[in-house]
Write a protein that binds this ligand. Structure first.
Ligand code: CS2
Length: 444
């Protein structure tokens, strides 16, 4: 990649201090940009998880790639130089043992942890985890992470940047469970701060590659496209140090939980609702145009009362900004991208809202509408892109009424837990909403 002076990266660090598992578009549009902007010499070794495509694209470009921002004004592009190495999964453990590495960060998506979303424990029957525990060169994320941590003595931070509730604690518990099952003792001090990450990053299209080329004057095969907005809230527990991410706009705090709950329930909850209720639309910006009212009702009546808003935080402004971000027509964010992996996303996005409202004696009908729309999606989607697809499709096969579909899916306690399975209020609301959706009703 030959660059004009104006598009050069700010800083090309000489050494790697961060190993990142899951170097997809989101990491490159988010944490890598903060690391570049911190400008204090931290380089990233990105490790691909399932596919080697990113490695193949970045290697010939010496790790350089561009971030294309699409917002209200003209699109802009800049080149990021923070990624210094790109490797494939087998290299994970060895790379983590390097004492120069101080942080292992992760964006491997919800399903990458192979845990049961209702209990937060590793899925008991997961054959890949069992094979890793039996001693093969590990292939799962947790197996590789533990193999690496087991081989180092210097302190390190494991930084989960996926959209899970209490993501740091969740990963800590999975690592501990894996170690316990495998009789493994970790010789190093490890911290697991929680984080709230936010930047909408749709899949890159050919038009995005062309647009970046027009703006930069070079062809980059590894463009990531994103919105102007970006937010990162991080629990500040880094025994081996960290980049000055705060100087790049991240919020370093003692307690991420209120931010995380707000983002998961308002942004991601609304996103999932839009994806299932708006499955007839191609892009989020089209869906929000028609579904703005139910989304606002969901945010105001169901999600907001369950939040602990940080002092001085303007919740109303936050919600309006979400609606504006969803409506961004320049960002071609496909609803199908969000609809993927619903079984792994529903618990932290929608079911927590349902639980909290039921406990307060309220009927969360908008959140229930979103869950009913997911049930309809499970029943009718041409392709169900979900790690639990087989189980879910089998559960609803032959269910010929709203009652039967609801009962079949509620009995999947890995998603709903026994409490929601047994809640008659939830069940009756779901049946009512699913029956309406199945009859083609579009007035909510
Ligand atoms: C989306 C998120 O794909 C999805 O399920 O809801 O990836 C969302 O775009 C990000 O969390 C925004 O920060």
């Amino acid at each position: 990649m030959r660059l004009s002076l104006t598009s050069r990266p700010r800083d090309v660090p000489g050494s790697v201090g961060i190993v990142h598992l899951g170097i997809g578009a989101f990491h490159r549009a988010h944490q890598a940009v903060y690391t570049e902007d911190a400008g204090d010499g931290w380089g990233i070794c990105g490790i691909t998880q399932r596919s080697a495509t990113v490695a193949e694209r970045l290697a010939p470009q010496d790790g350089l790639y561009s971030v294309l921002e699409r917002g209200a004004g003209p699109a802009s592009a800049r080149v990021i130089g923070a990624v210094r190495e790109v490797l494939t999964g087998e290299a994970t453990a060895e790379r983590i043992t390097d004492p120069a590495v101080k942080i292992v960060s992760l964006t491997v998506t919800e399903k990458g942890y192979r845990h049961d979303p209702a209990t937060g424990r590793l899925r008991g029957d997961d054959p890949e985890i069992s094979l890793d525990l039996a001693g093969r060169p590990p292939r799962t994320v947790i197996g590789r992470l533990v193999r690496g941590l087991a081989g180092r003595e210097a302190p390190v931070t494991v930084l989960c940047c996926d959209n899970l509730t209490a993501n740091g604690e969740t990963v800590r518990a999975l690592v501990e469970e894996y170690c316990e099952r495998g009789g493994i003792r970790l010789p190093c001090e490890v911290s697991f701060p929680s984080t709230m990450v936010d930047r909408i990053t749709p899949a890159t299209t050919r038009e995005d590659l062309d647009e970046a080329e027009r703006l930069l004057g070079v062809r980059d095969e590894a463009v990531v496209v994103t919105e102007p907005f970006s937010q990162w809230v991080i629990e500040d527990v880094f025994p081996a140090g960290r980049p000055a991410w705060d100087s790049a706009g991240a919020i370093l705090t003692g307690d991420v939980a209120p931010y995380e709950k707000m983002k998961l329930r308002l942004l991601n909850g609304s996103h999932s609702m839009l994806a299932y209720l708006g499955s007839g639309f191609e892009y989020v910006s089209e869906a929000i145009d028609v579904l703005g009212d139910p989304i606002r009702h969901f945010m105001d009546e169901d999600a907001s009362p369950t939040l602990d808003v940080p002092p001085g935080f303007d919740l109303a402004a936050y919600k309006s900004s979400l609606l504006e971000r969803f409506a961004n027509p320049a960002l071609r964010h496909r609803v199908a991208q969000i609809a993927m992996d619903g079984s792994q996303k529903l618990p932290q996005r929608l079911l927590g809202v349902v639980r909290d409202r039921l406990a307060a004696g309220a009927e969360p009908r908008w959140a229930v509408l979103a869950v009913a729309a997911w049930m309809r999606h499970v029943q009718t989607a041409r392709v169900l892109d979900d790690p639990m697809a087989d189980l879910l499709r089998t559960a609803v096969a032959g269910a010929d009424s709203a009652e039967k579909v609801v009962d079949a899916l509620l009995s999947v306690t890995d998603i709903f837990g026994p409490d929601l399975r047994d809640s008659t209020v939830f069940r009756d609301l779901l049946v009512e909403q699913l029956a309406r959706l199945s009859s083609g009703a579009t007035a909510y």
